[in-house]
Design a protein around this ligand. Structure first.
Ligand code: F6P
Length: 326
């Protein structure tokens, strides 16, 4: 009977539990054992494993966070990691791994394990949506859905009392994928991302023009732009209006997955289990052009950083339509 380990590394994301539940069900249905590794790769090197029974996991697809705890430690980069892992692998008799994590996990850990010859399937999970070779990562859709009602609620108070500018700070680390998606869907007046330099004077003028047009301005920024409270103070000066900040923080990362993340998580979890059982490995589940597929982990680790959607960024900041009408 095959024994497959499941490990989550890096930040948790809604949809991870759906992937875990589906993978465990698929493994059980195909006569394989599922072993949950606690605490990411730290747990793997410490052989901290527990059996995962399909019946016990029933319903966990609905929950945020992760059933298995995670960690950000880069233990696989330690000098004796390869040797320790060889010992753990022999002692636990694992036949393969399903690795769930974000850009760092897939570029570094999954590609290292693959290069060392361990059979693995990777599933891209991060609210940041910054993993290359896939248009979506698990958690991104949920994090957008968590943010949108908050921006909408801000618009209510903004409309009621004119003359203010609202800055909404999203998570996203050093990337602006989340901020652009949210700003676009929420019809914000401006967006700021770490990938592009930010001219506060120019943004102040743009938001002052929005206040003149409809009574308020809404600006969405990624946490990665740097000192956001300082940015707000500079923006207030440049625009000549009060600026109010809402930082979404980790409330944006927790909570139940959206339908899409739950569905994609279950689909990818099943795919990962089936691919491993069929003897395929070294690949990452992907979503491209509306299709589920898989791409070599090596291609992900060698790819440049995923580009932000420049077209949408431009559209938001220039208040133009993205598709020209002819
Ligand atoms: O996992 C990605 C992410 O949620 C980023 O958006 C954010 O900057 C970071 O993790 C926060 O990390 P931590 O939870 O370790 O504070």
């Amino acid at each position: 009977m095959k024994r497959i380990g499941l490990v989550v590394s890096g930040g948790d994301a809604p949809g991870i539990n759906a992937a875990l539940e589906a993978a465990v069900f698929t493994l059980a249905a195909n006569g394989a054992e599922a072993w949950g590794i606690r605490g990411g790769f730290v747990g793997l090197l410490a052989a901290d494993l527990k059996p995962l029974a399909a019946d016990e996991l029933l319903g966990s697809s609905a929950r945020g966070g992760t059933l298995l705890s995670t960690s950000r430690d880069r233990v696989l980069a330690e000098p004796d990691a390869r040797e320790r892992l060889q010992q753990v692998w022999a002692a636990t008799s694992l036949d393969g791994l399903i690795v769930l994590g974000g850009d760092g996990t897939i570029r570094r850990a999954a590609s290292l394990l693959s290069a060392w010859g361990y059979p693995l399937m990777a599933i891209p999970c991060t609210i940041d949506n910054d993993v290359p070779q896939t248009e979506r990562t698990l958690g991104f859709d949920s994090a957008c859905n968590r943010a949108l009602p908050i921006v909408d609620a801000i618009r209510d108070t903004a409309t009621a009392l004119a003359g203010r500018i609202f800055v909404v700070e999203t998570l996203g680390g050093s990337t602006g994928h989340l901020a652009i998606a949210i700003a676009d869907a929420a019809q914000a007046d401006a967006v700021g991302v770490p990938e592009l330099s930010l001219d506060v004077q120019e943004m102040g003028q743009r938001l002052a023009a929005a206040v003149a047009r409809h009574g308020y301005g809404i600006c969405v920024v990624s946490e990665g732009i740097g000192d956001v409270p300082r940015f707000c103070a500079d923006l207030a000066e440049a625009a000549g209006h009060r600026v109010r900040l809402t930082a979404l923080g980790h409330a944006q990362r927790g909570g139940p997955p959206s339908y899409f993340d739950r569905w994609l998580g279950r689909t990818w979890g099943e795919l990962a289990a089936l691919e491993l059982l069929a003897g395929r490995s070294g690949v990452m589940a992907s979503w491209q052009a509306g299709q589920v597929s898989s791409v070599p982990v090596k291609a992900v680790s060698q790819a440049p950083a995923k580009e932000i959607d420049y077209l949408r960024y431009e559209r938001i900041n220039s208040q133009r339509q993205i598709y020209a009408t002819t």
